[in-house]
Each structure stands twice: as structure tokens, then as C-alpha cells.
Design a protein. Structure first.
Lengths: 1017, 174
């Protein structure tokens, strides 16, 4: 927001308001109450609901004034308005009265009850008497999938849903039907909503038309939820969330405003993917540890079980979904030389390239993305792997229309006017992918290529940049000619050529260009070509060098990256180390690591090679079932820790609720392990240059147990120079009572009282659970949510819905009043400057194939091998979220995308069911093959060497494949569909079973009065 | 698990060559293809009397407009019929002026004569009765519209007369 402020008089009191935004936003920025429905801070104004009426006066003498709608009135210097004025307040009351004629009185059974914007606004206008005696119009509701519920009778026709779903998020399967008093919002016919952002309808709708179906199935009122500020654990964007819990189970996720990142919206993976926390697949008991007491596992039990590992050497595999603390702790327990991120060789190379790119290019935040005027997305389907980022990209494309409107004096908050004048005008988006994506509809050009070809195109673009700088090419004609020559050298097709030309031309005009790529393609060459491209930009001055974002796969990928060093092991090396007869490893510790990339054979090899396998995880997977010791760890809502997002921004997620013992955070388990195994500390005396500091590493015995995250951080800070300062110093225990008093309440002040907190067990007023150094209390007692920089939930007097956030912003869409400066984690300089891992020289024993792809490629050259790429999916591309039963219920049957030529050769047509046999010859000269029954989809501009689909191929098939397609016979299709339907039924049953268990558990959860690891049960 | 029947509508097989040509003509004179949506609906309705789900899907396919958007257009305009209608659709004006000048008795007469209520079609398929927000003939109220013809200053008798004539005319023509 610009700083241009003018004085206006509201009810004769002078206020300083920005002229950049409309009057309503200005009034709300002053924390004055003015009701509204159709306006939304990030979607602007349309003036549809007539709710924000105020009286505007001509001048000081004018006593009568005229009614205007604040949301479509610009702020002008010296303007005089009245909110309290009788005419305006009666008008507002009558608007509500009219809306209420059709609004049902089903508040007691409405999921929105207690946090309903309509209810708040009704109270705000003073409309408290029901006068209308007539009938109410009724509608039939639609089935909108497993995530969002529909109750159309509650609709007040504010149009916010369609403005969000269609205009803001680019959805296609939602609309407005009918006219007058019969306006209907929904799909054309029943069916699951297709947008990745459908869950935002729940927050965007001012009342209960769209509700969180998952929350409704195990419901509690907002005021009875215990909430804490959290961070999404499902992708690398790091959206801020507020997670709500009651009686030991997570109930729902709401958006938590962060002006730099998610603003007001999150994606469906973030909102509904939390379901895994309550799932049937959770690990709830320790395995491989004998428990002495009948009640609970104690530290002594753990110590006994681990005692024969005293000072033994383990190899540790960390994970990009585990907290920064846990990864760092593990690395220092096993030592840098025995730590692996769980990546295989190619992924290690990618990680090295990623680290280098991240260190040399500051990645913009999502709000910065929205200012871009040119975006190029390379080999990363962000619409599925980082959906919230794709939503910001979509907003950036509106900048062309905003500029056009600004030229004729229309401000950007005039939403419908800007859209009308903009028409189909969009800022340029180029997309170079291996699969179709949900951003293709707004891309100026979208080209589909296999990743190696994408890499080649980038190399050519780099050459073109260098050439144009050397030869001083300053017009498009010359550039085109230069490119033609380059393209011939590099053997690029005409399509690829024209794509590069268009990008080059658009880049010349761009003032804020942005490139986005990612690690999904697992191609180090691609990232290295991006590095070259970025340096080509930096060494010329004709064009503005673009900002760069590399999207990694997990919530803490960058956190993991930040603790890797040149000694870190790849999976191949882990196996080689374990099998090395010269080394004697006790075994392997897997930290929240399912090693999804390994084939069943590789898993078996790993198991065989590790004498002891210790798995720390929250959910069952292939490795937990074959481990010697399994330690149940806390999921994101059950513990404290930090994730580092794609920018390197470290964000803390705060424990929402107390897990049932023996579940505890993985760093607490690691603390128990460290008590026995010891930790490694690099000697403070490092040689000049510090090259071989590892030789001075010594095992030390830990002095005491670390009972809180702050204590652990203090220990890290004291011991390891590289550990960043993320938390305030741990206060000593004598002052803990005082700290507790200053704590922010996790529950609302209107929670049904302490006697209700554990009403499922007892109505006696229990003592509040105490936690050392926690800034939040497990109670409704404490300071209110708004006083925290990380608000557990959003509430303010008179504003019960999430729209209360306006009361806590410096101004509308501004920073939070209590905002803390973001902390960015640096990437270790050894990696950033020299991505040369020891893997390149040290691997002798190749247990896994890695050159196999190359050799089989050579063999298959004649047979035109092809690349199969699995489409990314918002529900299933992240391991934890995919465990959510509601997502499993939304699975879709197999689809394969091929070009028309391939289809014709195979004799299959669009939407027909076919049988595809993929085959490849591996390095042992064995033929691996897999057959898939799938529906055919035809994509026009697809090269025949690229095929993509929504199913996964088994790992034993390498990239270079052969494919035979034939029509599937009826029996095969029937069998496949039966199997597919059984999967859906199983998901539905699993959901029912989970709900049944949770509802029983609502009656009996154990009480924990003190927190801080085991032994406190 | 409940199964859903899926019908794939391909405009080339569903719409006639004449309809496609007429729609393509409209699309060619518009700035964008989706802008031809309303005209396309009119074309198909002129040929088929109403817009079925299949017609809607076919137009959506032909113009590459999302089905939800096209349905929004189709249901917004009261002269696009999303349900089968009779040969003559009576749009009886339902505005304040008509109510003041005797709409109630006209409506009662029509209902009695045709033996149908609002939203219904006579058994012989000749008439469908719909209400219509203001026809713009407040000075000549009560009013109704049938096809492209406006009828004003209605009385119960004159309204029934008009319907009788139309019924006869329909028989001569049909």
C-alpha cells in the first residue's frame, strides 16, 4: 500500500486514510465497525450487497447528505462521511432484514454457528427483531465431493463464492444460475469440486452455504476448539495455519493470515490433508521396547531397550518432512559423515544444485510473486505441488488488466470494472512442462516436452542471451535469426524454437520477470542449466534479470538442505557403507522417512544390511513394519518444531494438543537416544581453513535431558556455531510460573469453561496442563489470541468469523500489528559454493543401478524409447496428506495421455479403455514390465516420446521405456473397475471406522498434567 | 458404491449441420467464442423448442465454454427454456401495475381455461403458463406475452379469447 494519506472526517472525527484503497477498506483499517458482505480484502469491491452504506456529506454545512456504498467510493481529501447517521444505519438494517427473509433459522445445526459473518453483521446493524411472516424460498443442495458441504437455503446472494472460485482461483466447474429471488450457486450438476482451492469457499462464504464437510462429520463449535498457530506440513510454501482440536483429535484447519505468504487463502491439501493425524494408520505404540509399568512407557524402559547401543555408531536418515530440530539432532547423534537425507544419487545432485541456486538467488515471497509481470514455469506443476503459489501466479497475471485500468483511472480494487476492461488480457505466463497443468488455461504458451528436452531448450535460451549480449542484438528480428542458427545447432524443433522466441520477446518487455522451477523432475542437468541461465542474465544489461523460485517437494526440504554438507550420504552410499566390511555400524535410524522411492527389492536389501533398524514415524509404512524398534512420533499438530519454506524462511509450528503417550516429538525421542548413544560435537579448535574439521569430531555424553524446544535450541546454539537463533532464550524454571501467566490462551475466552475441557471424562475442574517455556497455555485462561505475533485463532469482539483478521492488521491487507521479522536460514557455504559431493568419487560398490538408464537407452535407441511422467496431484503427491481418507475417496481411475498419432497406430480412440504394457530392460538384462488398464486421453501437441498419466509405474522400470497399447477387453475393464471401486469403498469404510473410534474416544482421553517427554504419564 | 452414468456428448453427433453452421456464424462475428453462448442457445431452441441437458453439453463442447458458465446464461434468461414447453408459452406479467389492474382474475381465468398452474404445460402440449417480471407495459396493464406477440389491457374474457384463437391457429398450422 502506498503511503499517500489524506484526512477525512468520519462522524466529525478526523482520520488519516490511504487514497489507494476504497472507503470501506479505509474505515475498517481504522478498526471502525462497518458491515459488509460482497467486499473481500483481497478480492476488492463490486458493490453488490449494499451493506456498507454510509452517509456522505457535501461539506461541513451539509446536514442531510446522501447514502453511498463505502466499498465503491474512493477516499478523497477532506471528505466527510457518517457511519452512525440515522439514514445510513437504518438502510443497513433494512438490507439485512431483506436478506433474512430467506435465510433459514437453522443456526443450531449450522456448522458456521458461532463464527458466522452474517450473524456478526446482523448484530452489528442492530437488526434483532423478526418481522417477515412469509414463506422462505428453498433449494435442493448438491453433492460437491467429500470436502465441501452445500446448504443453498442459507445463501444471501453476495456472490463472493463465484468471485473467489471462478474469478480469483480460475475454477471452471462452478457457476451462478437463475435470476431474481432464485439465484443458485453451485455446479452444473452434482459432483466433486475440481478446484484445488474449493475449501476456501468455507471461509469466503459469509454464512453456512459452503461448510467444511470433514469438520462437520466430527463437529465442535469454534469456541470449544483448542487452537495453536501452525505451519502447513504438506508442501514447501509454508502457509500459516490455525489448527483446531478437541478431546484429543484434530477437527479442522483454518487459514492463518500471513501477508507475505498465504494471505487469506490456502489450498485443499493444506486444509483437509490434516486428516492423517487422526487416521487409522497412525503408530500409537512403541515397538521393540519392553514396558515395565502397565500404564505407560517410561524413560527407563527406553534406556534399557537402547542400553546395548551405548556409544555405538549408527547411520541416520533424515527427512524433508521432519522438523529442522529433529534433522539437526539426528545429524549430530550419528555424525555428519553418517547422515543422509534419504536422497538417491540423482536427488543428491539436484539438492546440491538447488542449494547453489537458493544461495545465489533470493526467492520472492508469494506476495512478491503477485507483483510480477512475466512468469516462466519450468518443469514443475506448481498447480499441484505448491498450489498456493499457483494461486499467486494467477493473481500476477491480472497485472496487465490492472495497468490497463489504471491508465484510465480505474483503481485495482474496482474488481468487476477491472475485469471488464481487462477482458482476456493477461500478463505473459510461459509454461514448459512434461504434463498438462491447471495453469495452462492462462498461459500465453504452454509446451509439453520430456525433461531432457526442456533442459536443452534452457541451454539454447542461455546461448541466445549470451549471443545477444555479445552481438548487441536489440531487435526481435535479429534475435529470431540468431535463434534460428542456434536452434539448428542444438537440433530444436520449430515449435521449441518459436516458444523460445516468444519468451525472449516477452522478457525484453518485462520489468519484474520471475522464473519458477522445482525438483519434482529430479533432473540435476535441468537445475544446472537454470544456474547457467541465471548467470547469463546477470552478465548482461539489456534485460532485467528474473527472480527465481525453486520449489522443492516437502515442507522442510530447504531445512534439510540447510544442514547437508559435503559429507552427507546418498541412499546408495548408505547401503554401501552398511555393507562395507571395514565399518561396523550398529544399524540405521530412520527419522520420519518412508523412502518412497525405493523398490521392494531395495527395501529388502536395506533391511538385510542394517543390523538394527530404528524407525521414528507417525504413520505406518513399509519400513516401520520391518523395523526392530519403532518409536511413535508426534504429527505436526502434536508437537513443536520449525519448518523452512522454499525461500529459506524458518517458521515455528506450535503444539496444538497433547498427544497420548508414548507419542512424542521426534526430537524428544532423539534426545532419549542421544542419552545412550551420545552426540558428536566438532572440536572448537578447527584448523585454519577448517577443511578437515570432521577429524576433531568427538563423541560427548549429554549432560541433561532437554525438556522444551527452547532448551534444545539453547543447547544447539551453545554447541554448534552453525545453528541459527530462532527462539528467545529459555527462561529458567523458577520463572516458569510467571511465563505461564504471560502465555496466550489456546482456547477462546468463551470456551465452555474449565469444567467442560475434559467433560468427556470428568466435569471436575482440572488443573491446566503445564508446559515448560511454552508461550501458549492449554486453557482459556491467558492473554487473548490477538496479542500474539502468532495467533492461535482469529477472533475479536463483534467479529467471530475469520474476517476478524482486519482488526489485527496495520491496515487492510497490511502486516499484522504484532508481526515478528521473518528469519531466513542460510545454506551452508560449502554446498552453495561447491556442489561437489563425495558421491562422485567415493562410490565403488554400486549396489543400486544408476547407469542403467543410460545403458538401456543406448540399446533401445532404435525402438524410440519414451518417457512416462506421472502427473502431480494436489491430494496424492504428498505422502502424509495422501493418507487422509477423504482424499482416498476422491481417487480417480487411470488416465493416460498420448498423442493422436500414437492412438491411431494402436487403434484406440478418445475415452476408450486400453491396456498398456510398459517394459524396460534393466542392467541385469532382465525384462521388467507392467501392464495398466487405463482410459485414453488425446493431447494434440504431444511428442511421441512423451506419455503422461495419473498412475504410478513400479520403480523397477527406469525412465526409458517401451510401450504397447491395445484395446482392453471387457473382462479386463470390468476387473479393473471392480478393483478401483473396492479401493473407494475401503476408503469410505476407513473413514467410518475412524469416525467411530474418534467419537468413542471423545468419551475417554487420558489426562496429562505436565508435558516434557516421557515419564510424566 | 453408487455408480454414476456418464454420457459423453459430442457436438458433432448431437447438433445438426444447420445448427452448427448457424452457431459458427454467430461465433465468427463475436470477439470471443464464449460470447456466442446466448445466440447458440437461441439457435438450438429455435430448432428444438427447448434446451435439454444434452443440447447444453453439445453447445458447451462446440464453443469450448465451461458447462457451468453456459448453464448460468441459460438459466438467467427467462426466454431460454431448460424444460420442455408447449407450442405457445404464455408469459403473464406479474408486476405491481398488473396486480393493481386485475391480474388475479385474468390469471384465474387462464388457469381455469387451460386447467394448468404456473410452470405447467397442457396435456395437449399447446400451452405452457409462466409468470414474467415486468413486460414494460405498465400503462396498458394487465399484459402478457406469447411468442413474440404482446397482449395488453387484458380481461379474463379477452385473455381466454386470445388463447382460443391461438389454439385454433395451431391446429390449422400444425
Amino acid at each position: 500500500m502506498s503511503e499517500k494519506k489524506v484526512t477525512i472526517f468520519i462522524d466529525d472525527v478526523p482520520y488519516q486514510l490511504s487514497t489507494e484503497d476504497n472507503l470501506l477498506a479505509g474505515v475498517l483499517s481504522q478498526k471502525l465497525n462497518l458491515p459488509y458482505f460482497c467486499w473481500h480484502p483481497s478480492m476488492g469491491s463490486v458493490g453488490a450487497c449494499r451493506q456498507c452504506a454510509v452517509t456522505q456529506f457535501q461539506d461541513e454545512a451539509d446536514q442531510r447528505g446522501r447514502i453511498v456504498m463505502a466499498c465503491i467510493t474512493p477516499v478523497t481529501d477532506g471528505m466527510r462521511i457518517s457511519i452512525k447517521n440515522k439514514a445510513a444505519s437504518e438502510f443497513r438494517e433494512q438490507v439485512i432484514a431483506a436478506m433474512m427473509t430467506n435465510h433459514p433459522h437453522d443456526c443450531p445445526v449450522c456448522a458456521e454457528g458461532g463464527e458466522c459473518h452474517l450473524q456478526d453483521m446482523t448484530v452489528m446493524t442492530g437488526h434483532s427483531v423478526r418481522e417477515y411472516q412469509g414463506t422462505k424460498r428453498t433449494f435442493s443442495n448438491q453433492y460437491l465431493g467429500e470436502l465441501v458441504g452445500h446448504e443453498m437455503n442459507r445463501c444471501i446472494t453476495c456472490y463472493r463464492c463465484t468471485r473467489f472460485y471462478n474469478d480469483y482461483a480460475g475454477g471452471k466447474d462452478f457457476g451462478v444460475y437463475g435470476s431474481k429471488n432464485q439465484v443458485y450457486f453451485g455446479r452444473q450438476s452434482d459432483g466433486a469440486l475440481e478446484s484445488e482451492f474449493s475449501g476456501n469457499l468455507v471461509e469466503v462464504c459469509p454464512t453456512g452455504v459452503f461448510t467444511n464437510k470433514v469438520f462437520s462429520s466430527h463437529y465442535t463449535r469454534k469456541w470449544d476448539l483448542q487452537s495453536a498457530p501452525s505451519v502447513c506440513s504438506h508442501c514447501s510454501v509454508g502457509c500459516n495455519l490455525s489448527i483446531g482440536e478437541r478431546y484429543g483429535s484434530v477437527r479442522r484447519v483454518m487459514n492463518r493470515y500471513n501477508g507475505d505468504i498465504n494471505g487469506y487463502f490456502i489450498c485443499d491439501r493444506g486444509r483437509f490433508g490434516i486428516g492423517f493425524v487422526n487416521g487409522e494408520q497412525r503408530i500409537r505404540q512403541a515397538k521393540g521396547i519392553a514396558q515395565q509399568s502397565t500404564i505407560t512407557l517410561t524413560k527407563l524402559d527406553v534406556a534399557k531397550a537402547l542400553s546395548h547401543f551405548r556409544k555405538k555408531q549408527f547411520i541416520g536418515i533424515g527427512s524433508a518432512r521432519a522438523s529442522l530440530e529433529a534433522n539437526f539432532y539426528l545429524k549430530n547423534i550419528v555424525g555428519a559423515e553418517q547422515f543422509s537425507p534419504g536422497y538417491y544419487d540423482e536427488e543428491m545432485k539436484v539438492a546440491a544444485q538447488h542449494a547453489q541456486l537458493l544461495a545465489s538467488n533470493k526467492a520472492p515471497s508469494l506476495s512478491e510473486i503477485e507483483n510480477s509481470d512475466f512468469i516462466f514455469v519450468i518443469a514443475e506443476d506448481i498447480s499441484q505441488t505448491a498450489p498456493r503459489m499457483a494461486l499467486s501466479v494467477r493473481q500476477a497475471l491480472g497485472n496487465a488488466a490492472n495497468d490497463k485500468a489504471a491508465k484510465i483511472g480505474i483503481p485495482s480494487w474496482q474488481d468487476s470494472a477491472v475485469r471488464t476492461i481487462g477482458g482476456k488480457l493477461l500478463s505473459p505466463l510461459f509454461s514448459l512442462q512434461s504434463t498438462t497443468t491447471k495453469l495452462d488455461d492462462v498461459a500465453e504458451q504452454a509446451l509439453l516436452l520430456p525433461v531432457d528436452q526442456i533442459s536443452k531448450c534452457l541451454a539454447t535460451l542461455t546461448k541466445l542471451l549470451q549471443l545477444s549480449h555479445v552481438q548487441k542484438i536489440n531487435n526481435d528480428k535479429k534475435a529470431e535469426k540468431a535463434l534460428k542458427d542456434l536452434a539448428e545447432q542444438d537440433q530444436l524443433s520449430v515449435t521449441e524454437q518459436s516458444f523460445i522466441t516468444s519468451i525472449y520477446k516477452a522478457l525484453r518487455k518485462a520489468t519484474k520477470p520471475l522464473f519458477i522451477s522445482g525438483t519434482s523432475a529430479v533432473c540435476a542437468e535441468l537445475l544446472s542449466n537454470i544456474t547457467n541461465l541465471m548467470s547469463a542474465f546477470k552478465s548482461q544489461n539489456d534485460m532485467i534479470a528474473p527472480a527465481l523460485i525453486i520449489v522443492p517437494t516437502c515442507s522442510n526440504s530447504v531445512g534439510l538442505l540447510s544442514i547437508l554438507d559435503e559429507q552427507s550420504l546418498s541412499i546408495e552410499q548408505v547401503l554401501a557403507q552398511l555393507n562395507d566390511p571395514d565399518k561396523s555400524y550398529q544399524g540405521l535410524i530412520l527419522l520420519e522417512q518412508e523412502l518412497a522411492n525405493l523398490s521392494a527389492i531395495q527395501i529388502a536389501q536395506l533391511r538385510k544390511s542394517a543390523q538394527t533398524l530404528i524407525v521414528l514415524d507417525h504413520s505406518e509404512h513399509r519400513l516401520s513394519s520391518i523395523a526392530d524398534i519403532v518409536l511413535p512420533v508426534a504429527a505436526v499438530s502434536e508437537g513443536d518444531g520449525h519448518y523452512v519454506n522454499y525461500q529459506g524462511r524458518a517458521q515455528q509450528f506450535v503444539q496444538v494438543h497433547v498427544p497420548v503417550l508414548p507419542i512424542q516429538e521426534s526430537w524428544r525421542w532423539l534426545d532419549n537416544i542421544a542419552d545412550i548413544v551420545g552426540i558428536k560435537v566438532a572440536s572448537k579448535v578447527t584448523e585454519a581453513g577448517g577443511v578437515k574439521s570432521n577429524q576433531h569430531t568427538q563423541v560427548v555424553v549429554k549432560k541433561s535431558a532437554y525438556e522444551s524446544l527452547a532448551q534444545l535450541h539453547q543447547f544447539f546454539i551453545d554447541t554448534y556455531a552453525q545453528w541459527p537463533k530462532l527462539m528467545a532464550k529459555a527462561s529458567d524454571e523458577t520463572k516458569s510460573d510467571e511465563a505461564q501467566k504471560k502465555a496466550i490462551a489456546r482456547m477462546s475466552h468463551r470456551a465452555s469453561g474449565r469444567t467442560a475441557q475434559m467433560a468427556n471424562i470428568t466435569v471436575h475442574e482440572a488443573k491446566t496442563t503445564q508446559k515448560i517455556d511454552d508461550n501458549f497455555s492449554f486453557s482459556m485462561e491467558g492473554r487473548s489470541a490477538g496479542q500474539s505475533s502468532d495467533m492461535p485463532f482469529t477472533w475479536s469482539p463483534g467479529w467471530n468469523s475469520n474476517q476478524a483478521i482486519g482488526q489485527f492488521q496495520t491496515e487492510i491487507n497490511g502486516q499484522l500489528l504484532t508481526e515478528k521479522a521473518a528469519v531466513f536460514i542460510p545454506i551452508l557455504s560449502e554446498i552453495a559454493s561447491n556442489p561437489c559431493w563425495r558421491l562422485t568419487e567415493k562410490i565403488t560398490d554400486r549396489t543400486f543401478k544408476s547407469d542403467a538408464a543410460e545403458s538401456s537407452a543406448a540399446k533401445n535407441q532404435a525402438a524410440k524409447p519414451l518417457t512416462y511422467v506421472q502427473q502431480k496431484n494436489v491430494y496424492f503427491s504428498e505422502w502424509q496428506a495422501a493418507l487422509t481418507p477423504e482424499f482416498q475417496m476422491l481417487r480417480q481411475s487411470n488416465k493416460i495421455y498420448i498423442n493422436a498419432e500414437t492412438a491411431q497406430q494402436a487403434g484406440v480412440k478418445k475415452s476408450q479403455w486400453c491396456k498398456i504394457i510398459f517394459s524396460a530392460t534393466n542392467e541385469k538384462m532382465q525384462l521388467a514390465s507392467q501392464s495398466i488398464i487405463s482410459q485414453v486421453c488425446i493431447v494434440k501437441q504431444l511428442t511421441s516420446s512423451l506419455v503422461f498419466g495419473n498412475f504410478s509405474l513400479c520403480q523397477s522400470l527406469s525412465h526409458e521405456l517401451e510401450m504397447t497399447i491395445s484395446l482392453a477387453c471387457d473382462q479386463e475393464v470390468t476387473d479393473y473397475l471392480a478393483q478401483f471401486n473396492n479401493g473407494l469403498i475401503a476408503a469410505k469404510k476407513s473413514k467410518e471406522k475412524m469416525l467411530e473410534r474418534l467419537k468413542v474416544k471423545d468419551q475417554t482421553i487420558p489426562i496429562r498434567l505436565f508435558l516434557g517427554g516421557l515419564n510424566d504419564g | 458404491m453408487e455408480t454414476i452414468d456418464i454420457t459423453t456428448i459430442d457436438y458433432q453427433h448431437y447438433l445438426t449441420a444447420t445448427e452448427i453452421a448457424a452457431i459458427e456464424h454467430e461465433a465468427s462475428i463475436m470477439e470471443t467464442r464464449e460470447a456466442a453462448g446466448i445466440e447458440a442457445l437461441k439457435v438450438v431452441q429455435a430448432h428444438r423448442g427447448w434446451i435439454s441437458d444434452e443440447s447444453l453439453f453439445a453447445i458447451s463442447d462446440l464453443l469450448a465454454v465451461p458447462i457451468a458458465q453456459l448453464e448460468g446464461v441459460a438459466t438467467f434468461y427467462n426466454l431460454i427454456y431448460r424444460q420442455p414447453v408447449g407450442q405457445n408459452v404464455i408469459h403473464l406479467c406479474d408486476s405491481i401495475a398488473c396486480h393493481l389492474t386485475g391480474l388475479d382474475s385474468v390469471l384465474a381465468a387462464i388457469k381455469q381455461y387451460l386447467n394448468i398452474d404456473y410452470g405447467q404445460t397442457t396435456v395437449d402440449g399447446k400451452f405452457t403458463l409462466l409468470s414474467n417480471a415486468c413486460l414494460g407495459s405498465c400503462d396498458k396493464a394487465p399484459a402478457m406475452m406469447i411468442g413474440t406477440e404482446h397482449y395488453q389491457h387484458l380481461s379474463p374474457e379477452s385473455a381466454v379469447d386470445i388463447l382460443q384463437q391461438l389454439a385454433v391457429k395451431g391446429e390449422v398450422n400444425g
